[in-house]
Design a protein around this ligand. Structure first.
Ligand SMILES: Nc1ncnc2c1ncn2[C@@H]1O[C@H](COP(=O)(O)OP(=O)(O)OP(=O)(O)O)[C@@H](O)[C@H]1O
Ligand SMILES: [Mg+2]
Length: 175
């Protein structure tokens, strides 16, 4: 199968077993088969602790499966790449950077010139309604505002695949 027609995401018999602090083993994901086609929008629903976040960390390359395979656009995941954007369940912002600088960070790390990164970041801050907050630091924001910074910081990279772990949990219905 060529990389062009392969699914966006594929897990084949993927398991993740964590070592616990007491020396035991905890199976967070067991033999999961999951295929997500290109252009598909998939929501995973399940009770707390069932392994949703762990599954996303496998797809993102932040964790490796203990058993089985994880492929993104037909290639085995090997560490964190540029194809996948990940909005974490707990919003991850750089506390020492302003809102604007947080949203610029991804493009800057990818080599986008500063002026262009700033322009793209401002565009996304406007789309999430945070234009007036670009000079603030994350601790000076509400939980929902911080979540929107994290969303903007991921969307600004225009990732091929977007993973979002309960991204709207801190937002109200109108937002
Ligand atoms: N690093 C770790 N070490 C040990 N156990 C872990 C680790 N990470 C997660 N777990 C365990 O794996 C299981 C799945 O966790 P996970 O975070 O994937 O659940 P979840 O479905 O995202 O839950 P929630 O809806 O509460 O966010 C849980 O029982 C959790 O305690
Ligand atoms: Mg979770």
């Amino acid at each position: 199968m060529s990389a062009d027609t392969s699914p966006a995401i594929e897990l084949r018999g993927a398991s993740k077993i964590f070592k616990t602090p007491s020396g035991g083993l905890h199976t967070a994901v067991r033999e999961l088969d999951l295929t997500v086609g290109r252009g598909e929008f998939v929501a995973v629903v399940g009770p707390t602790g069932c392994g949703k976040s762990t599954t996303l960390t496998l797809v993102s390359g932040l964790e490796e499966p203990t058993e089985g395979e994880v492929l993104v656009t037909g290639e085995p995941v090997a560490g964190v790449g540029n194809k996948v954007g990940f909005v974490f369940q707990q919003d991850a912002t750089f506390p020492w950077r302003t809102v604007l600088s947080n949203v610029m960070a991804g493009p800057r790390f990818r080599g986008v010139p500063k002026a262009e990164a700033k322009e793209r970041a401002r565009e996304w801050l406007s789309r999430v309604g945070l234009t007036a907050f670009e000079d603030r630091y994350p601790h000076q924001l509400s939980g929902g505002q911080r979540k929107r910074v994290a969303l903007a910081a991921t969307f600004v990279n225009d990732p091929e695949i977007l993973l979002m772990d309960e991204p709207f949990s801190a937002l109200d219905v109108q937002t």
